[in-house]
Write a protein that binds this ligand. Structure first.
Ligand code: S3P
Length: 442
């Protein structure tokens, strides 16, 4: 049973300071890269969620020792291609698209066969995006029409590739980069820019040769493989994708203020801040610092009464890919028609987020025009809900659940929102923090 919540009252005004859990993308990358380092690595503030638990248990099944203590997680790295894997291991990635895609590169050089499985949502997602480039390296895949379960067979004769990545997918780019670690020579990726945590870790933590150049709208990334690297410690900053729901909550609430401390505002992730500033939201970044190339800041946000619509520039799409659901909800409250183009990748997430968002917004009385890769939202700053709403059938997509809670707490109405356990993928204490801010949730 996955449970449901009932929200009948809007949240009252608040003025508080919170922290959100560690960044999910960085937590997964740290686990994957530290497992291949030589010697010990420690992470502080590693995200504790189902996606991370599945990552840890999968890496343990490759013979890597991982110790979790209060406050930190320690990995005894085995060096490149040092896994002690047995035959026919089944890896369960659960709900995590990122771990599943990156895993395909992690065992590139193992000649054992791995079976990769996942939950119902992950089993509907496309893997041709990683199968295609990794095939070129020499890795073999058997799949169910490019979907899970996958049977993966690596090779000790990996050959370097040149690949053009045109979706702006950090998962694809990172799966290739992780494969390049075990590949002799230079791997070249021509890609649409996307979150760059893997590049930053390669450069600042692993200190392995990586070159990045801009060419028009593309980035050219070149990695020299077969370079061993040492263990590294990492203090993981807060996840902006989790902070996004509290930013939305505050903007849409009355007379409220919130400080969200130590959030990763890396430019490749903080499209939401740029979008909200353009929409006239009251949001500020304070105490900016750099850490291993990542930029970290405290986010100060206030209720914002005069929101205006946005025609979202396409270059912000990959920078806000996981935040669109909450951005759409904010647009539903803004004056004017907001427009988002070239966002078909939203259909490839834990659920078809373009369809789910359109259905949700229509359900609360907002006019939308949904096309295959675009969305128009006719905002209504005077929207007040007093009906009953039931939100279900969203493939347990954690971000749909959280967006629905924010809608219920800021717009009124009487909401029953299903699948509350979905938050365990990325943000297990989501409801607890909402309650700390005064939300009444049953
Ligand atoms: C992620 C990349 C994005 C994002 C996902 C996390 C990552 O997916 O939506 O939640 O950590 O690399 P795509 O690479 O499919 O865009």
């Amino acid at each position: 049973m996955s449970g449901s919540v009932i929200i009948k009252n809007k949240i009252k005004s608040f003025n508080k300071s919170i922290s959100v859990p560690g960044d999910k993308s960085i937590s997964i990358r740290w686990l994957i890269l530290a497992s291949q380092a030589i010697g010990k690595s420690r992470a502080y503030n590693l995200l504790e969620s189902d996606d991370i638990r599945n990552t840890i248990s999968s890496i343990r099944s490759l013979g890597v020792k991982i110790k979790k203590s209060k406050g930190h997680c320690e990995i005894n790295g085995v060096g490149l291609n040092g896994f002690n894997d047995n035959k026919n291991i089944t890896i369960n990635a659960g709900n995590s698209g990122t771990f599943a895609r990156l895993f395909c590169g992690l065992i590139a050089k193992s000649e054992n066969k791995f079976k990769l499985i996942g939950d119902k949502s992950l089993s509907k997602r496309d893997f041709s995006r990683v199968i295609k480039p990794l095939n070129k390296f020499g890795i073999k895949f058997l799949s169910n029409n490019n979907k899970l379960p996958l049977i993966i067979e690596g090779t000790s004769f990996l050959r370097p590739i040149t690949f053009e990545e045109d979706k702006g997918s950090a998962q694809v780019k990172s799966a290739i980069m992780i494969t390049s670690l075990n590949t002799p020579g230079e791997t070249v990726i021509k890609c649409i820019p996307s979150r760059n945590h893997t590049e930053l870790m390669f450069k600042h933590c692993l200190k392995i040769p990586i070159k990045i150049n801009k060419r028009g709208k593309y980035e050219i990334i070149k990695v020299q493989g077969m370079k061993q690297f040492k263990g590294f410690d990492y203090n993981i900053p807060g996840d902006i994708s989790s902070a996004a729901f509290f930013i939305g909550l505050t903007i849409l609430s009355n007379n409220s203020k919130l400080l969200i401390k130590k959030v990763n505002i890396n430019k490749s992730r903080s499209g939401i801040i740029e979008i909200l500033k353009r929409m006239n939201a009251k949001i500020k970044l304070m105490n900016k610092k750099f850490y291993y190339g990542e930029e970290i800041a405290d986010i100060k946000v206030e209720s914002s009464n005069f929101l205006r619509s946005i025609k979202c520039p396409k270059k912000l799409n990959t920078k806000s890919i996981d935040e669109f659901l909450i951005i759409f909800l904010i647009c539903a409250n803004a004056k004017g028609i907001s427009e988002f183009n070239n966002i078909h990748e939203l259909r490839q997430k834990e659920s078809d987020r373009l369809k789910v968002a359109s259905n949700f917004l229509r359900q609360i009385g907002i006019k939308v025009v949904e096309k295959i890769g675009s969305l128009k939202i006719y905002g209504n700053p005077n929207l007040k809900l007093d009906n009953r709403f039931e939100v279900k059938g969203f493939l347990k997509d954690h971000r749909v659940f959280m967006m629905s809670c924010i809608a219920a707490l800021t717009m009124g109405g009487n909401f029953k929102i299903h699948d509350k356990d979905s938050v365990n993928s990325s943000f297990p204490n989501f409801l607890k923090i909402l309650k700390k801010l005064g939300a009444s949730i049953n």
